[in-house]
Design a protein around this ligand. Structure first.
Ligand SMILES: Cc1cc2nc3c(=O)[nH]c(=O)nc-3n(C[C@H](O)[C@H](O)[C@H](O)COP(=O)(O)OP(=O)(O)OC[C@H]3O[C@@H](n4cnc5c(N)ncnc54)[C@H](O)[C@@H]3O)c2cc1C
Ligand SMILES: *[C@@H]1O[C@H](CO)[C@@H](O)[C@H](O)[C@H]1NC(C)=O
Ligand SMILES: *[C@@H]1O[C@H](CO)[C@@H](O)[C@H](O)[C@H]1NC(C)=O
Ligand SMILES: *[C@@H]1O[C@H](CO)[C@@H](O)[C@H](O)[C@H]1NC(C)=O
Length: 508
């Protein structure tokens, strides 16, 4: 979508093209994650923590493919990119185990020597320190298997994969899994860190609702395969409880039927079309009853102007007449809705292009989207768009996800009442603006929460999606009190020495 023809365009359209090319992002975009003027924090001159380096040196790997790297200060930026540079750090060493035994060896050293560490899979968290550290960095990139069972009922997915890899392997098999919606997102954090909203969520729930088995290394280094019947408590806790219970290296996911082609992709709209899209979003949210149809309208501000990117999805080669007609009331600037493979649809999202900058995510859980609420969101976009001129802002995005009531099983992150997660995403460049944006993203979410409550939405029982919530979110906004109690009690059994306390996550 960036291939808009700049050369032939008159200059006013040229600007518009540039704006829309970036507007198309939302969560979503895809130039390489090149940081502009600000390298990842910690990249500047620093000294590696010798205690952590020494601990790394004591790790004994048995597989020749497992690796340990040191002296990362200068090499780190070329190591796999964290999606947000504010979520990166320079570790004392980078360990890449490729077998469960070698992962066990790492966890034993970390636990015995009590070294700060982090686990990263796709590196897409918005929360600094959740998947990066100055201590021992474990990358799960050594676990990238994707294997469909011979009866095609499940897939074993290594946690270091991005979802793109899984779709590529399943293409043409007639089966799919409930996974990420856009390119580049990691499997490991997506599942453990909340649950996983998918294009198939209306039909099958979150990714966690499809997990059959977690293959993992416990905090003390013991290997374990966890199922609903083998360890009901731990199985429940891993479904959204975060990185508090050990390291998962393989997810066994149930498959679902998939047609060879699905339908959808991206349309973008300029500022003058916002009222029409607001109207259509509210209408779709209210009227659509077909679980195979989903949209993500994203209200953006980039390069000086508001705009909209709209991702649509239908689980079949063409939607029944009328399904998405309300959006035709708006005149699109770019349009790429068509029949295509599922993997192609996921790759059509422009999410990589807003990576490589500082950033933050936060969220509100709603029960529905009215015209008034959507207009309040547009006001937030415009307000923070104006602030971005003086605050090194690059991109402001409010991503609306109007699911139907979706199927759900009991899980650590409770979603049986179908919260509709708004994804707020701010992107900026100057580290000195971190505090400003991190404070304002919370203020904005709070205003929208109040707005929805004045409309009569009952939000108190709706929890915030941990994969979108900023790290300062009070824990009781993420887990209800019964779940928190259960999580704490499971933790004290699984991790009596608090090894996972050496890494960062929502704490309980
Ligand atoms: C562009 C973009 C698009 C997104 N789209 C979606 C979407 O469609 N649906 C959705 O639900 N969410 C989406 N998200 C949110 C996403 O779920 C989170 O960013 C999630 O953290 C990504 O997982 P990761 O493996 O890439 O993260 P990482 O940063 O690698 O890890 C995040 C957290 O998970 C822990 N963790 C990672 N791997 C493991 C493991 N193997 N075992 C135990 N703990 C582990 C880490 O310690 C860390 O706390 C999106 C995010 C971005 C930036
Ligand atoms: C070095 O690492 C050890 C182990 O993680 C930690 O306890 C210590 O505080 C670190 N030292 C510094 C100066 O950060
Ligand atoms: C997005 O970036 C990831 C690397 O982080 C890459 O694997 C993926 O192919 C990119 N997607 C597209 C569509 O270019
Ligand atoms: C959207 O606009 C149409 C046509 O103008 C109108 O009939 C409909 O009521 C509006 N829908 C909403 C939700 O405002």
């Amino acid at each position: 979508m960036i291939s808009l023809s700049f050369s032939r365009a008159p200059s006013s359209i040229l600007t518009l093209s540039a704006i829309v090319a970036l507007c198309v992002s939302s969560l979503f975009f895809w130039t390489p994650a090149v940081s502009s003027s600000h390298p990842p924090s910690g990249f500047a001159k620093r000294f590696a923590n010798q205690t952590a380096v020494d601990a790394c040196k004591s790790i004994q790997f048995t597989s020749k493919d497992s690796t340990i790297q040191y002296d990362l200060a200068s090499a780190f930026s070329s190591y796999f990119g964290y999606y947000m540079t504010s979520s990166s750090n320079t570790p004392a060493c980078l360990v890449k185990p490729t077998t469960a035994d070698d992962l066990s060896a790492v966890m034993k050293v970390i636990g015995q020597k009590r070294i700060n560490f982090a686990i990263s899979s796709g590196g897409h968290t918005g929360n600094p320190g959740f998947s990066s550290t100055k201590g021992i960095q474990i990358t799960m990139k050594g676990f990238q298997g994707v294997k469909l069972s011979s009866d095609k009922s499940y897939v074993d997915v290594g946690s270091g994969n991005i979802w793109d890899n899984v779709y590529a392997v399943l293409e043409g098999s007639g089966r799919n899994i409930v996974g990420g919606r856009v390119t580049g997102v990691g499997v490991g954090g997506f599942v453990t860190g909340g649950g996983g909203f998918s294009w198939l969520t209306n039909q099958y729930g979150l990714t966690v609702d499809t997990v059959q088995q977690f293959d993992m290394v416990l905090p003390d280094g013991t290997q374990k395969s966890v199922t609903a019947s083998s360890d009901p408590d731990l199985f429940w806790a891993l479904k959204g409880g975060g990185n508090r219970f050990g390291v998962v290296y393989n997810f066994r996911l149930s498959t679902v039927p998939q047609s060879a082609q699905v339908w959808g992709g991206l349309k973008t709209y300029t500022e003058d079309q916002i009222p029409a899209i607001v109207n259509a979003t509210a209408e779709f949210s209210k009227e659509n009853k077909d679980p195979k149809a989903q949209v993500i309208p994203t209200y953006n501000f980039v390069l000086g102007a508001p705009g909209i990117s709209l991702l649509a999805f239908y689980d079949g080669p063409s939607p029944p007449a009328g399904t998405f007609d309300m959006f035709d009331r708006a005149k699109s600037f770019t349009a790429d809705w068509k029949a295509r493979s599922f993997g192609d649809l996921v790759r059509s999202s422009p999410s990589n292009a807003t990576g490589g900058h500082r950033g933050a995510f936060h969220t509100v859980s709603f029960t529905d989207y009215s015209v008034d609420l959507l207009n309040a969101i547009v006001d937030e976009v415009k307000f923070y768009g104006q602030q971005s001129f003086t605050r090194s802002g690059f991109f402001i995005s409010y991503d609306v996800e109007p699911f139907l009531k979706y199927p759900a099983k009991d899980a650590a992150w409770k979603h049986t009442n179908s919260p509709l997660p708004l994804n707020i995403y701010y992107v900026w460049d100057n580290p000195q603006d971190d505090n400003y944006w991190r404070k304002e993203i919370v203020a904005s979410a709070n205003r929208l929460t109040e707005k929805a409550k004045t409309e009569g939405q009952q939000l108190d029982g709706l929890l915030l999606y941990p994969n979108y919530a900023i790290d300062t979110t009070p824990i009781d906004r993420i887990f209800d009190s019964a779940s928190l109690q259960r999580l704490k009690s499971i933790r004290s059994k699984v991790d009596p020495n608090n090894v996972m306390g050496l890494t960062t996550s929502f704490k309980f």
